[in-house]
Design a protein around this ligand. Structure first.
Ligand code: NAD
Ligand code: TYD
Length: 339
């Protein structure tokens, strides 16, 4: 089976490619189309770079000529669109690239899949499209879309666009909506890697508002297995939620990180809340489990321990991704935020 994976140099895309090619005997081929934005990093794929089953193409999913030529040449059995501008805070500071990649990029890939009759298309999306969910409810796949940020609105729009190609053109499209991921190779702009990295450097840990917002944490390798399960056993035209193994308030997550890194809670610093901040995400993965047999394997404490261990052993990776552009971003997001 030949996979065209977009955004394969990012956090989740690289975990998915490492899963696909992790078995040396698997008769899979993988083409990775990635623009290498600030979040794309070929170091994430160092373990498979020399694999003869793998090809990297440097390019933009919005580039219709490039995407068309690539799909015509490679004739993939499946396109897995993982590429995105993926961070809520960046989408608030600067929404334009978010709409360009997440909407136009998805449209460009769908059009290429339609032209070349790609047998399968998977759109990787997020539980954030459901917006904040009041307890005790959890979202199933029919829950209303109520996106709060430019990021989540762009993902919701892309989901609807992808599903419209199933309804209108009978294209075999599926959508997955995962909860918050964590794990190795995570860019230190999201909660868990940012807190690990700052704690290790004795820098303040910025807590938005009261820190009682709840996220449902999914280990990245569990997410990668779920994407493969949907490709292999999911139905076209369907949406599949992928929930995590543990729902926790942010403060609890940060306290666990500080305890594991051996740093004092005094490093936590309350800062101005994120505008439009979703209070709680909660997801039912019952459909995915019933139809594909998938379950989350990694308990949160084990995943967090493995993640912290990875950051301890890969300080050069973190130093590299935190140089340059990152400092500018950090200043613009956190600079005027003291309360
Ligand atoms: P990431 O920011 O780590 O990686 C994104 C990748 O896409 C990078 O390699 C980047 O270079 C590439 N990219 C960006 N714009 C591109 C373009 N125009 N053309 C080609 N490549 C481009 O993101 P991630 O955390 O790995 O998220 C991947 C996907 O999973 C996204 O669609 C996101 O919405 C979804 N998702 C993420 C989470 C999470 O917790 N991180 C949870 C649920 C769903
Ligand atoms: P994040 O990792 O950005 O994921 P998302 O917003 O997509 O859920 O944030 C997770 C939670 O952590 C969210 O409630 C916002 C909060 N948060 C902080 O309190 N401080 C931070 O510096 C960051 C990046 C996030």
């Amino acid at each position: 089976m030949k996979f065209l994976v977009t955004g394969g140099a990012g956090f989740i895309g690289s975990a998915f490619i490492r899963l696909l090619l992790g078995d040396p005997d698997a008769s899979r081929r993988v083409v990775n189309l990635d623009k290498l934005t600030y979040a794309g990093n070929l170091e994430n794929l160092a373990t498979i770079a020399g694999d003869s089953r793998y090809r990297f193409v440097h390019g933009d999913i919005c580039d219709a000529a490039l995407v068309n030529a690539l799909v015509a040449e490679e004739k993939p059995d499946v396109i897995v669109n993982v590429a995105a501008e993926s961070h809520v805070d960046r989408s608030i500071l600067s929404p334009a690239p978010v709409f360009e990649t997440n909407l136009r990029g998805t449209f460009t890939l769908l059009e290429a899949a339609r032209t070349h009759q790609t047998p399968r298309y998977l759109q990787v999306s997020t539980d954030e499209v459901y917006g904040s969910i009041d307890p005790p409810h959890e979202a199933d796949e029919n829950y209303p879309l109520r996106a709060s940020s430019p990021y989540s609105a762009s993902k919701a729009g892309a989901d609807l666009l992808a599903l419209s190609y199933f309804v209108t053109y009978k294209m075999p499209v599926s959508v997955t909506r995962a909860s918050n991921n964590y794990g190795p190779y995570h860019f230190p702009e999201k909660l868990i890697p940012l807190m690990i990295s700052n704690a290790m450097e004795d820098k303040p840990l910025p807590i938005y508002g009261d820190g009682q917002q709840i996220r449902d944490w999914l280990y990245v390798d569990d997410h990668a297995r779920a994407i493969l399960a949907v490709i292999e056993r999911g139905r076209a035209g369907e949406i599949y939620n992928i929930g995590g193994s543990r729902a926790l308030p942010n403060l609890d997550v940060v306290r666990k990180i500080l305890a594991a890194v051996g740093k004092p809670e005094s490093l936590m610093q309350t800062v101005k809340d994120r505008p439009g901040h979703d209070r709680r995400y909660a997801l039912s993965s019952e459909k995915l489990m019933r139809e594909t047999g998938w379950t989350a394997r990694v308990a949160f404490e084990d995943g967090l321990r493995a993640t912290i261990e990875w950051y301890r052993s890969n300080t050069a990776w973190t130093a590299h991704v935190k140089s340059g552009e990152y400092q500018k971003y950090y200043q613009s997001n956190y600079g005027g935020r003291a309360v």
